[in-house]
Design a protein around this ligand. Structure first.
Ligand code: 1GP
Length: 245
């Protein structure tokens, strides 16, 4: 079954999902190995691998290590068109619909398209929305774009609706990695009520309580990176909380 089909089925069954974000630059081989073990134990649904700015060339090695030690599907969460790797299962083809930078809306995609066509990756066309979060995140800076203001729920839902009408199959609302403030439940609720596409929520989620609150508001998949980087046992707690919603 394709990743998208299983994502849709989980949404239909109201089964909430948990994705662990791996930034290859931030993990050593040993740390990543430990994290994979925890994720296997916790029944994590997806690994998302990538970053807005990768300095060390470790994307391929990280994906390889995960594939060797886990059956959890690996989805590339690319910061740019260089982050393509055939060992992964799928890639979020992100169009940054919250911004007005043509490179992030379509430019990078044109460059990536022939490589993606030759790859075995499942392509997941995703409307990516950066939401203002109290601090300037790497994603924001690197994308040369303005985020959607945190209290403008109508802008967020109209943007998501437009993305869905354009044919994007997933909406990813992101406060950015390390965000001071995660996305509010009010905004998640407003967006989820206006689009049928599965909704990914991430950025600054540090507690199982916040993850559960986001799921109840309408998130289908919660992505956590930073909070896990500080405490590995956290993966099990987070997965249990999300899967129990
Ligand atoms: C960022 O949504 C992800 O793109 C995860 O953010 O690292 O803050 O959990 P955190």
């Amino acid at each position: 079954m394709s990743i998208y089909t299983s994502f849709l089925e989980s949404k239909k069954a109201n089964q909430k999902l948990f994705g662990v974000l791996i930034d290859p630059d931030k993990v050593t081989h040993e740390v990543l190995y430990k994290r994979i073990e925890q994720a296997n134990k916790a029944g994590v649904d997806y690994f998302l691998v990538g970053g807005s700015l990768l300095i060390d060339n470790r994307l391929a090695n990280s994906i390889e290590l995960i594939k060797k030690n886990s059956d959890i599907p690996v989805v590339i969460f690319p910061g740019d068109n260089m982050q393509i790797n055939n060992r992964a299962d799928a890639i979020l083809l992100l169009s940054l619909i919250s911004g007005r930078n043509p490179e992030m809306l379509i430019g990078k995609h044109v460059i990536a398209a022939p490589h993606l066509k030759n790859s075995s990756l499942e392509i997941l066309p995703t409307g990516y929305m950066l939401i203002e979060s109290g601090n300037n995140t790497t994603a924001l800076y690197m994308s040369h774009s303005l985020p959607i203001p945190a209290d403008k729920y109508d802008i967020a839902s109209c943007t998501a609706m437009a993305g869905e009408m354009l044919g994007l199959k997933i909406i990813y609302m992101d406060a950015g990695s390390g965000a001071q403030n995660p996305i509010s439940s009010e905004m998640i609720k407003e967006v989820s009520e206006n689009v049928a596409a599965p909704l990914i929520i991430g950025g600054g989620i540090r507690t199982p309580e916040k993850a559960v609150e986001s799921c109840k508001a309408g998130a289908d998949l919660i992505v956590v990176g930073n909070a896990i980087e500080k405490d590995d046992s956290f993966i099990v707690k987070m997965a249990d909380a999300i899967h129990a919603v």
